[in-house]
Design a protein around this ligand. Structure first.
Ligand code: ADP
Length: 260
C-alpha cells in the first residue's frame, strides 16, 4: 500500500509539471492583454475612472506575476538534470522553496531571517529547494496536526547564518514537536507517523541523502518551546556559479505573446 501511495504521488508530480506547462500559455496572453488594456487606458485618458481601473489592473498584474513564478518554480522543480556540484545562492533558494510550499502553508505565519550576503553553498539548487520544501511542508503538517490548533502556534521560522565555513539553515515550527519514538527513525526510508495517503516517509530520508552527499549534515530535534527544529549544515562553495545544467534556467521569464 505504501508503494502504491508513492507511485500515486509520483504521478501527481508528473501531472503537476504538465499542468504548470499548460498554464504558462494562457497566462502569457492574460499578461499581454493586461498590458494592452493599460496602454489603451493611458491613450484614451479615462480620467475619472482611471485610478480605480488602474489599481484593479495592478492587482490583476500582481496575481498574474505570482502565478507565473509558482508555475516557473514548479516546472524547474520537476525538471530532471544531472547532479553536478555547483554553487547555489541560499536566500534565493529559500524564497523559491517558500513560494512552492506556500501552496501548502495557508494561514501559517512564516518568519524568515536569511541574509542576502550568505556565501553560495556546494549543492545543486534543485536539491536544496527540494530539501527546504520537504522541511516546510513537514512543518506545515506539524502545525496543522496540533489537536486544538492554537492560532499563536501557527508559525514556521527559517533562519540562515554563516558558522565557520558552513551555512546553517534552521527550520523551526510551532507544532507539537517530534514524537519521542520518532526521533531515532526520522531519516529512515518509509518511516512516517502520518496517515496512509498523507505521508510516505521519504522526504527526510531523501533530504538526508542529498545533504550528506555534498558533505553537509541534516539533523532534527525539538526546540525549547516544544516545536521541531531541523538544521541543515552545508559547506560553502566560494566563487562558484549556479549550475545551469540542473536549474538556473528554470527562472527565465515565460515568453510573452502579444494579444492572442
Ligand atoms: P512524511 O512527511 O511522509 O511522514 P518525512 O520523511 O518527511 O515523511 O518525515 C518522517 C516523519 O518525521 C514524519 O512522519 C513525522 O513523524 C516526523 N517529522 C518530520 N518533520 C516534523 C516536524 N516538523 N514536526 C514533528 N514531526 C516531524
Amino acid at each position: 500500500r505504501r508503494r502504491a501511495a508513492t507511485e500515486r504521488l509520483a504521478t501527481v508530480g508528473r501531472l503537476a509539471a504538465g499542468v504548470a506547462h499548460e498554464i504558462s500559455n494562457p497566462l502569457s496572453f492574460v499578461k499581454a492583454n493586461l498590458v494592452l488594456i493599460r496602454e489603451q487606458l493611458a491613450e484614451r485618458g479615462l480620467a475619472g475612472e482611471r485610478s480605480e481601473l488602474e489599481s484593479s489592473l495592478s492587482e490583476a498584474a500582481l496575481g498574474v506575476e505570482r502565478i507565473r513564478r509558482i508555475v516557473a518554480d514548479l516546472r524547474g522543480f520537476a525538471r530532471e538534470g544531472p547532479d553536478e556540484p555547483c554553487g547555489t545562492a541560499v536566500q534565493e533558494s529559500v524564497d523559491e522553496a517558500l513560494r512552492l510550499a506556500s501552496l501548502r502553508m495557508r494561514r501559517i505565519a512564516v518568519r524568515t531571517s536569511v541574509p542576502a550576503g550568505l556565501p553560495a553553498v556546494r549543492m545543486c539548487r534543485k536539491r536544496l529547494v527540494q530539501v527546504l520544501v520537504n522541511l516546510f511542508v513537514n512543518a506545515a503538517d506539524a502545525v496543522d496536526e496540533a489537536p486544538h490548533p492554537d492560532e499563536a502556534r501557527r508559525w514556521v521560522a527559517v533562519t540562515g547564518a554563516l558558522e565557520g565555513d558552513e551555512v546553517v539553515l534552521r527550520v523551526a515550527d510551532g507544532g507539537p514537536g517530534i514524537a519521542p519514538t520518532a526521533l531515532a527513525h526520522l531519516f529512515e526510508p518509509f518511516f512516517t507517523t502520518k496517515p496512509l495517503g498523507t505521508g510516505v516517509g521519504l522526504g527526510l530520508a531523501l533530504s538526508h541523502e542529498y545533504v550528506t552527499a555534498v558533505g553537509g549534515r541534516l539533523t532534527g530535534a525539538n526546540g525549547a518551546d516544544g516545536g521541531a527544529v531541523f538544521e541543515v549544515r552545508l559547506p560553502t562553495q566560494a566563487g562558484a556559479a549556479g549550475c545551469d545544467a540542473c536549474y538556473a534556467t528554470a527562472l527565465t521569464p515565460v515568453p510573452m505573446a502579444r494579444g492572442a
